[in-house]
Design a protein around this ligand. Structure first.
Ligand SMILES: [Zn+2]
Length: 118
């Protein structure tokens, strides 16, 4: 970021790993993916998963307010649950007592290793 504390780009781990030997300026993701304090958490979660990034800058009119990471989201909004027996994915605010599909009680918060479409 520059002296005005305005975020000009985001470099992800992936960018660094896949593009060694270049400067940050060259590999910086253009068209910064960022969120505002008003972005809802579903949207944030969607961005983190689909853009394959682990952190999102929170911007208010170009000023960096903070960073939201996947870990923060998992902590704050664990609304996806997965059955450890059959793999059924559930959406719920609260941890389901049992899997609606196979009835198992082994239901855990879905981790980031469970990617959509798999
Ligand atoms: Zn199940």
């Amino acid at each position: 970021m520059n002296d005005d504390n305005v975020v000009v780009g985001v470099v992800t781990e992936y960018d660094v790993i896949s593009k060694k030997g270049q400067t940050v300026g060259e590999i910086m993701t253009h068209g910064v993916i960022s969120i505002t304090p008003d972005t809802d958490l579903e949207e944030v979660s969607h961005i983190l998963v689909h853009e394959r990034i682990k952190r999102l800058p929170v911007l208010d009119q170009g000023k960096l307010l903070g960073i939201v990471s996947r870990a923060d989201l998992v902590k704050e909004v664990a609304t996806r649950w997965v059955c450890l027996v059959c793999g059924e994915v559930m959406h719920s605010e609260e941890q389901p007592e049992q899997c609606p599909r196979c009835g198992a009680s082994n239901v855990a918060a879905a981790s980031e290793s469970v990617s959509p479409g798999s």
